[in-house]
Design a protein around this ligand. Structure first.
Ligand SMILES: [Zn+2]
Length: 275
């Protein structure tokens, strides 16, 4: 599934689909079901399909991928990123860097194939130090089961990349990308802001999961959030920043085309798709 590209200053941001993630409004917190249904335009027998978008930037000899998709471990409708890269004329082996917004399955399981071999054999992983530390540390007894489970999976995902992980700190820059930590969904969930010839672009990861719901109603959270109250605060801060500074955003689960601008609407926000 080809996604459009977006020109931001002197940078071309190419959208690449990993497929569709089947989810449900059962996971929405803090909003009546009927309201959520009407915002998303109805469900298919209770199921809702949200996109898993990835983005590619070629700059200064680097081929930079934002997140790695879900691989084929989650659902049959996912794991399409490597073939979509090839269809776009990019061999996965040519990817030099993968900038991670966070280490959840739909963003990181696609780092490796079924045998645990890397899909991107020449890529260095770029991860905020807080996110890397949280998912790559040993479990302690009172950790939630979902945390332990994702830690075990993270060990598989990062194993072939262990000698090429760049842990970025706050304020540090990598290839023009500056991390803006937006914690809550995960402890080190990171939005990556790219300065591009006077314009700005932010890959904002999972600041919203249901773009039809959470941009206009940022108080609605999802059960996927490890700390939903912190995730709500982060979402409002990032949406406010995107509207004030008018940089383009690319969201991992923002409905097609995935790119666009956040604008103020009343006391809340709306999304203006690019193009
Ligand atoms: Zn996600």
């Amino acid at each position: 599934m080809p996604l459009p590209s977006m020109r931001v200053g002197d940078v071309e941001v190419e959208g690449l689909s990993d497929g569709l993630l089947k989810t449900s409004l059962d996971f929405v917190l803090g909003m009546e079901r009927a309201q959520a249904e009407s915002l998303v335009g109805g469900t298919q027998s209770g199921s809702l399909y949200i996109p898993v978008n990835n983005f590619l930037i070629r700059r200064g000899g680097k081929v930079i991928l934002i997140d790695a998709g879900a691989g084929n471990t989650m659902q049959p409708t996912l794991g399409k990123l490597p073939e979509n890269l090839r269809a776009a004329g990019i061999e996965p082996a040519a990817v030099s860097h993968i900038v991670m917004t966070h280490l959840h399955p739909d963003h990181a399981n696609g780092l490796v194939d079924d045998a645990g071999e890397p899909h991107y054999p020449n890529a260095e992983l770029v991860i905020h130090e807080t996110e890397a530390e949280f998912w790559m540390r040993a479990d302690v007894a009172n950790d939630e089961d979902r945390v332990k489970k994702n830690r075990a999976r993270t060990a598989i995902n990062v194993k072939p990349y262990l000698d090429r992980i760049r842990r970025v700190r706050d304020g540090e820059e990598f290839a023009g990308f500056t991390p803006v930590v937006a914690p809550g969904h995960t402890p080190g969930h990171t939005c990556w802001l790219l300065a591009a010839g006077g314009s700005g672009f932010m890959a904002f990861g999972d600041v919203v999961h249901l773009s039809a719901v959470q941009i206009s109603h940022p108080d609605a959270a999802l059960t996927y959030d490890l700390d939903k109250d912190l995730a709500i605060r982060s979402r409002k801060r990032i949406l406010d920043m995107a509207a004030s500074e008018r940089f383009a955003i690319a969201g991992a689960h923002v409905n097609a085309p995935g790119f666009g601008y956040v604008v103020r609407k009343g006391t809340s926000f709306a999304f203006e798709p690019a193009g």
